[in-house]
Design a protein around this ligand. Structure first.
Ligand SMILES: [Fe+2]
Ligand SMILES: [Fe+2]
Length: 326
């Protein structure tokens, strides 16, 4: 079959000439969409590249995150669910690295040519999901956090190719957290003997997911993503959406979480004040002690215990044609 349907434009006819940053910013603010990177000024490209590069690293980090949950799945249905999630995340990584090629970035060099410590992942992905309960909790709280971030990008990002590629990502992320919720509810009701373990997992994972959205808005120094309409909402706005949905779900099941609805503020609020520190050895939080942000940044920078082994696992695998050598 020949002919094209809804052919994409090869040039942004309405875009201001590259180099005129002010005109470009005004054009973006008026709803302009970038189709081709060559039409975009360097500062815009830099913020966009950084955003996609972090997204790509996060997708790669979700592969080793789920590795033990795959090995320890209690039955074949559970193993299929974990494998499907891993496969989806692999597809997301592939999509992000395809976009990064537009910036001249090589997936091979980025995944295999860097030391594990150079990966820019998020702290929640650096502790592992070692069994099926941790996996469904990660889907419920972690994948939902990812979904809220990427839905915002898909709705607002001024780089149209990124928006379009996120449609499939978002469909799959939604499937992940819906699956997690359904499984938590099912086990909570059918297996009262597992309730304590589910609650214990949520106790350490919930505050990690709160941290997915980064520093609070009053501390955020880099605002390029909002200025260039790469994102539509701030850290605190996205965190609020997550808090509302995650808390409402937890309460509907009977799970305790350190957050509640505040009538006066007409918002969901945490029962503690950010930032707080996680004790990796005991997997517990000291929610009563608010620390200074530099202490939190240091914890994030050091990375969780599974970050380096996780990347090493990915980099040490045999890939591609090598897999077929007897
Ligand atoms: Fe993903
Ligand atoms: Fe996911």
């Amino acid at each position: 079959m020949t002919g094209t349907v809804d052919a994409l434009p090869l040039v942004d006819e309405s875009a201001p000439p590259p180099g005129d940053l002010e005109a470009f910013s005004e054009w973006l603010a008026a709803g302009g969409d970038v189709e081709l990177l060559k039409d975009a000024p360097d500062p815009y490209r830099d913020v966009l590249q950084q955003t996609i590069a972090i997204a790509a690293d996060l997708e790669i980090m979700s592969l080793p995150l789920l590795y033990n949950a795959l090995l320890n799945a209690p039955d074949v249905e559970a193993r299929i669910a974990v494998a499907a999630s891993i496969q989806d995340e692999m597809g997301h990584a592939q999509m992000m690295f395809r976009l990064l090629e537009e910036f001249g970035v090589s997936a091979q060099a980025t995944i295999f040519g860097r030391g594990p410590e150079a990966y820019k992942s998020f702290y929640i992905l650096e502790h592992g999901c070692d069994d099926y309960i941790e996996f469904i909790c990660m889907q419920t709280y972690g994948d939902r956090a990812g979904y809220i971030t990427t839905v915002d990008l898909a709705a607002n990002c001024s780089f149209a190719p990124y928006r379009r590629s996120l449609a499939k990502v978002n469909f799959e992320e939604k499937f992940h957290f819906r699956h997690g919720e359904r499984e938590i509810r099912r086990l909570w009701e059918k297996r009262p003997d597992l309730r304590e373990r589910i609650q214990a997992t949520v106790d350490w994972m919930f505050p990690l997911a709160v941290e997915w959205f980064g520093v609070t808005d009053d501390r955020k120094s880099r605002t390029g993503q909002l200025t260039y309409r790469i994102r539509g909402h701030s850290n605190d706005e996205l965190r609020q959406r997550w808090l509302r949905e995650a808390t409402a779900f937890s309460e509907s099941v009977g799970l305790r979480v350190p957050a509640h609805y505040d009538q006066e503020a007409d918002a969901y609020v945490l029962d503690y004040r950010l930032p707080v520190l996680f004790d990796e050895a005991t997997k517990t939080w000291d929610l009563t002690t608010t620390v200074e942000w530099p202490a939190k940044f240091a914890q994030w920078k050091r990375g969780g215990p599974r970050k380096l082994p996780g990347v090493a696992l990915i980099q040490g695998q045999r890939w591609g044609a090598e897999l077929w050598v007897a």
